[in-house]
Design a protein around this ligand. Structure first.
Ligand code: SAM
Length: 249
């Protein structure tokens, strides 16, 4: 298949093998990507489906017809939830973008005792858009779910992932890599069978109380190495380790 442009669509835009394109999507396909009637592109619903679509002009504007479903497998064999304390400024934008590229399934922004930023609702919409763009760019089938921010204490209680790790910058903890390779999943694990949560703290680090509560709820404190990483770098290192441990299994 030739290299085609990709467009994220909502499943409810699809009816009888036609995609009802929004004005914004028509503008993007026609004015930005310079696609015209008869041109093909890939539509992805962010929930695992890709379709080959062809543009058609109608009186009301452009629509797209689906010609076939495309089967791809670009997802990690493990479902990873990143629980990350919000860094200051717009630092979380890059965390969302890069974590999506690295295959994260869910991103859970959390506020912690030392979080400086109190997020607005608009921020969450912005992170969802960034995740959709990054999923398109990295040719993923799934757009990660971005949860509403909640306190870290509530998030650890609600965490349903089987394996849970809290990254702690100092101390004599096992390296995350040693924990991951010790999980020994069936290779490849059936989708959803192996789920991992990784928690990353804010610039000032977790408080002792937060680490203690996380341990009470089944999180293992882990190291990402001897150097202290920035709050925006640590998630990328952790997810790279997960990708390396499970991508090729
Ligand atoms: N101010 C903290 C300190 O001096 O200990 C460092 C916080 S660090 C900038 C932000 C977060 O990144 C930490 O809470 C931790 O989750 C993660 N992190 C950074 N470096 C790490 C490392 N070497 N091992 C494990 N986690 C790390």
């Amino acid at each position: 298949m030739p290299q085609l442009q990709r467009l994220a669509v909502n499943a409810d835009q699809i009816c009888n093998k036609s995609i009802n394109l929004t004005n914004e999507q028509q503008h993007y396909l026609h004015r930005v990507l310079r696609l015209n009637q008869g041109d093909k592109f890939i539509a992805m619903d962010g929930r695992g489906h890709w379709w080959l679509a062809v543009l058609e002009a109608q009186e009301t504007g452009l629509i797209a017809s689906i010609t076939e479903e495309i089967v791809v497998n670009r997802e990690l064999a493990v479902e990873v939830t990143l629980m990350a304390a919000l860094p200051k400024g717009n630092g979380f934008d890059e965390v969302v973008r890069q974590a999506t590229e690295l295959g994260v399934a869910r991103i859970w922004p959390v506020t912690s005792d030392r979080t400086l930023l109190k997020p607005s609702g608009q921020k969450v919409d912005r992170w969802k858009r960034i995740a959709a763009e990054a999923a398109e760019q990295s040719e993923r089938q799934f757009v990660p779910t971005i949860f509403e921010p909640i306190s870290f204490d509530l998030a650890v209680k609600d965490c349903g992932q089987k394996h849970r790790f809290i990254c702690v910058a100092r101390g004599d903890n096992r390296h995350l890599w040693d924990c991951l390779i010790g999980l020994e999943p069936p290779c490849p694990p059936p989708r959803g069978e192996l789920s991992i949560a990784i928690a990353i703290g804010p610039e000032g680090g977790w408080t002792d109380g937060e680490v203690k509560r996380a341990i009470e709820f089944g999180f293992e404190p882990v190291s990402l190495g001897s150097r202290i990483l920035r709050a925006v770098t640590a998630p990328i290192v952790a997810l790279s380790l997960v990708g390396t441990a499970f991508e090729k299994c």
